[in-house]
Design a protein around this ligand. Structure first.
Ligand code: COD
Ligand code: ATP
Length: 230
């Protein structure tokens, strides 16, 4: 099994690229979706948030007020660190189970769309790492127009992550999403070709079918050895 890391900066275009993977039939685990699921009303993550941030963080229906929580954590690094600490175990085990489900289905290439891939050091488990890069002016423009936030709020969100240029320097593959969608789609074709290359023998061993083959071969070997000893 090949775990492909897909990351970048906020609003750099990760979801745009992960949709291209989905359209090409490559399964994607989206960490933002996992992070949303683990804080649904009544879950362990929800209880921790209510305990730490108080009832005033809840909407009338009891769900977390994400806009309010976002305002708090993106303007106060200590509150953000607290939230990260509380949710990290829930998010990583959620991602693990999503991978396990796809592994059991026999998927050989899985894309992990994780905004904080480097920050959480999950890049250790992925190869290659794809960074979706965008120039700073375009990033802030797209963020402000998508989320309807001020320049200051957008900058706070950008500052909450490691520098995008640093992530670019650590990447195995860079997609420059500063241009048009067509431009990105063109770069994506080459990226898809690379991630679809035949699995290495290590990756094959980590896949469901590879593991089954190893178990079968070992069982046959043990049986033959026993027969020869009798
Ligand atoms: C703060 C919250 C409530 C804001 O919710 P909101 O719906 O407005 O944003 P959403 O979840 O869609 O995230 C949008 C983007 O913000 C960035 N982001 C989210 N959380 C963080 C964080 N803790 N630190 C830095 N950037 C973050 C990511 O680039 C993400 O793609 C929410 O992002 C959250 O619960 N974050 C903590 C969980 C987390 O770390 N998520 C990232 C998954 S690796
Ligand atoms: N090449 C492009 N041209 C024009 N607009 C784009 C392009 N790529 C992405 N966008 C727009 O920029 C915004 C951010 O893109 P996207 O949501 O894919 O980023 P993201 O990295 O997934 O964001 P987040 O970190 O918040 O999850 C969206 O409104 C999207 O439609």
């Amino acid at each position: 099994m090949r775990l492909v890391g897909l990351t970048g900066g906020i609003a750099s275009g990760k979801s745009t690229v992960s949709n291209l993977f989905k359209d090409a039939g490559v399964p994607v685990v989206d960490a933002d979706v996992v992070a949303r699921n683990v804080v649904q009303k009544g879950t362990g993550g929800w209880k921790k948030i209510v305990k730490a941030f108080g009832d005033e963080i809840l909407l009338d229906d009891g769900e977390i007020d994400r806009a309010r929580l976002g305002q708090i954590v993106f303007s106060d690094p200590s509150k953000r660190q607290l939230l990260n600490r509380l949710l990290a175990p829930h998010i990583s085990s959620g991602i693990f189970w999503e991978i396990a489900k796809l592994w059991m289905k026999g998927c050989k290439v899985i894309v992990l769309d994780i905004p904080l891939l480097f920050e959480t050091k999950m890049d250790r488990w992925t190869n290659p790492v794809i960074v979706v890069w965008v120039n700073p002016e375009t990033q802030i423009e797209r963020l402000m127009s998508r989320d309807g936030c001020s320049e200051e709020q957008a900058q706070n969100r950008i500052n909450a992550q490691l520098a995008l240029d640093w992530k670019k320097s650590e990447a195995d593959i860079v997609i420059d999403n500063s241009g048009s969608l067509d431009d990105t789609k063109q770069q994506f074709q080459e990226v898809l070709r690379k991630v679809s290359e035949p699995l290495t023998w290590k990756e094959r061993l980590r896949s469901r079918d590879g593991l089954i083959s190893v178990v079968m071969c070992t069982a046959v070997g043990v049986l033959l050895a026993q027969k020869n000893l009798l």
